[in-house]
Design a protein around this ligand. Structure first.
Ligand code: HEC
Ligand code: HEC
Length: 261
């Protein structure tokens, strides 16, 4: 009787192998068609007069879930591809060359070597490759948004993303002139609240971004976004971490992080 449930499950299975865009293009119409077919059924078949809202909602959620499941599967697959490349010297060298070539769109803002040219733009140099790759996905799927980055990320192919992430990750952060000096208060905040995830040196790890040496303005603005639950950086664990800080403490900890080598 409940063909919708089966259909949704089949859609979900199919979605694991499709990119989200392909899935969206191909499966939204099917989802809509099956919903409308189900809504119309009572009119065609007199024995089933009640439209079962629960099944309709389940089908709707399944289509939504399908999109996010397939996006997550894509990220995981790209992360695996990247790990394979990183372990093979020849593949890595080829990817670094590719990445440098494809980064021509990016260097205008992020710098030739990933050291940003403006204080509101983050360095990509020495950033963890996994974090870079995941951020492209976040910009592309709207979890994170920025006028330029959201558009650019959608236009990058999977190979571009992997190569560009590896290229910038292999670059070195240069010391930059920071507008605010470090302070004991800033260091104390970092040592009690931040080091556990971003590391004693602020260089992060696979799961956590490098933050050391980022431009002060980018750090302060980003932390204020987390403090204000800004929708341009949704679902970030940072929101609960700094919930109890005030604007002055954010300035202090940002100045400390900016001045970390
Ligand atoms: C017009 C300037 C501009 C260009 C061009 C640009 N970016 Fe960005 N990028 C930004 C800004 C501004 C941010 C910070 C957005 C925010 O605050 O969330 C950013 C953020 C990022 C981030 C997140 C870094 C972090 O530490 O959170 C990545 C990754 C990134 N850009 C990669 C790229 C790549 C790859 C390209 C080229 C394909 C590119 N950007 C081109 C301005 C630019
Ligand atoms: C529980 C682990 C955790 C703790 C503790 C933590 N962070 Fe984070 N932080 C993260 C994760 C995960 C991200 C990346 C996810 C995201 O962008 O929202 C992040 C992102 C950031 C970013 C944005 C980086 C970028 O390039 O876009 C900044 C800045 C930052 N953290 C600063 C701090 C500071 C300062 C503290 C201490 C006050 C701190 N974090 C404590 C986990 C943590």
């Amino acid at each position: 009787m409940c063909g919708i449930g089966q259909l949704s499950r089949r859609l979900l299975d199919a979605g694991q192998h499709l990119s989200p865009i392909v899935a969206a293009l191909h499966l939204w119409p099917i989802g809509l068609w099956s919903l409308s077919a189900y809504v119309c059924r009572p009119f065609q078949c007199r024995t089933n007069k009640v439209v079962d809202m629960k099944n309709i909602m389940v089908a709707g959620f399944a289509v939504l879930l399908l999109l996010s499941v397939s996006a997550q599967a894509d990220v995981n697959r790209m992360l695996q591809e990247m790990a394979v490349i990183e372990r093979n010297t020849a593949l890595l060298q080829a990817a670094l060359n590719d990445g440098q070539e494809r980064a021509t769109l990016c260097v205008h803002c992020h710098g030739n070597d990933g050291n940003s040219k403006r204080d509101y733009i983050p360095n990509l140099a020495a950033q963890n490759s996994e974090y870079l790759l995941t951020q492209f996905e976040h910009f592309a799927d709207g979890t994170r948004s920025d006028y330029v980055m959201s558009k650019l990320a959608k236009g990058l192919s999977e190979n571009d993303r992997v190569a560009i992430a590896l290229f910038f990750s292999s670059q070195t952060v240069k010391p930059r002139q920071q507008p605010e000096a470090d302070s004991e208060k800033g260091k104390a905040l970092y040592d009690s609240l931040c080091f556990a995830c971003h590391g004693v040196s602020g260089h992060g790890s696979k799961q956590y971004p490098r933050i050391a040496g980022q431009p002060y303005e980018f750090l302060e603005t980003t932390l204020m976004k987390f403090l204000n639950n800004d929708p341009t950086r949704q679902n970030s664990p940072m929101m609960s971490v700094i919930r109890n800080l005030n604007a002055q403490q954010i300035k202090e900890v940002a100045a400390h992080v900016a001045n970390m080598p």
